[in-house]
Design a protein around this ligand. Structure first.
Ligand code: MN
Length: 235
């Protein structure tokens, strides 16, 4: 017998609103999943104590509701070593499996945003993996507004800069990625069926570092809207 207190038609309590990111010019991009690639710039791999190109690429995920569109990110619980990682974020408008060609991968892109892969470095360093506690915590994915691909132009010609309290901490051309954006989409599609609404964080260059309460972070990439946020009081 079905539980009479549970409606067969409706939810048993109000579901949370779907995570979403604002799009330049209007509208909201509904977030389905957040995929991330690690170790995608050789100089950052070195600063983390590793070797150059990993083959195959290293992927991990964050929950969709980790996206933060607001101006303040609470300092997360359970860390003494919160790091910023400025990254180009790719937003997909279509999906697929086993994508074979660079052209087909490029056609899946809705737009781009500047984002931050916030990382609790202490659990990441202590245990190596799995990375959920280091990478998938609440508010771990601040992101700027998404610019449509046709307005963004050729992102591989742009550079990424991260400022903390106005001081430059990261600066790198996106062309120095080990795995290019289409290569990342192709590799991910061999592991997961990609779908509209997926976001992909494409890795961070050298210069990552710790954040303290009150710090102001600004991630700038080409003509994309900046990803700006402050670190608030402890969660
Ligand atoms: Mn990262």
């Amino acid at each position: 017998m079905p539980d009479p207190s549970v409606s067969l038609q409706g939810f048993v309590f109000d579901p949370p609103p779907p995570p979403a990111v604002a799009v330049v010019g209007g509208g909201l991009f509904p977030v389905r999943r957040i995929f991330c690639i690690g170790k995608n710039y050789a100089d950052h791999v070195k600063e983390m104590g590793g070797d150059a190109k990993s083959d195959p690429p290293v992927f991990f995920t964050k929950p969709a509701d980790a996206v933060v569109a607001g101006d303040v990110v609470a300092f997360p619980q359970a860390t003494d070593n919160l790091h910023y990682e400025g990254e180009l974020v790719v937003a997909l408008k279509s999906g697929g499996r086993d994508i074979g060609a660079v052209d087909a991968a490029a056609e899946m892109i809705f737009g781009y945003a500047a984002g931050c892969d916030l990382t609790r470095r202490d659990p990441a360093k202590q245990r190596g993996g799995p990375w959920d506690t280091a990478k998938g915590f609440d508010q771990s994915a601040p992101i700027g507004e998404i610019l449509r691909a046709d307005e963004a132009g050729d992102m591989s010609a742009a550079s990424l800069t991260t400022l903390v309290n106005g001081e430059q901490r990261q600066s790198a051309p996106l062309s120095t990625m080990i795995w290019s954006v289409p290569e990342i989409i192709i590799a991910l599609s061999k592991l997961f069926e990609l779908k509209p609404g997926d976001l992909i964080f494409t890795g961070t260059p050298a210069g990552v570092g710790a954040l303290a309460q009150g710090d102001r972070v600004a991630i700038k990439i080409g003509n994309l809207p900046d990803c700006c946020f402050s670190i608030g009081a402890h969660d």
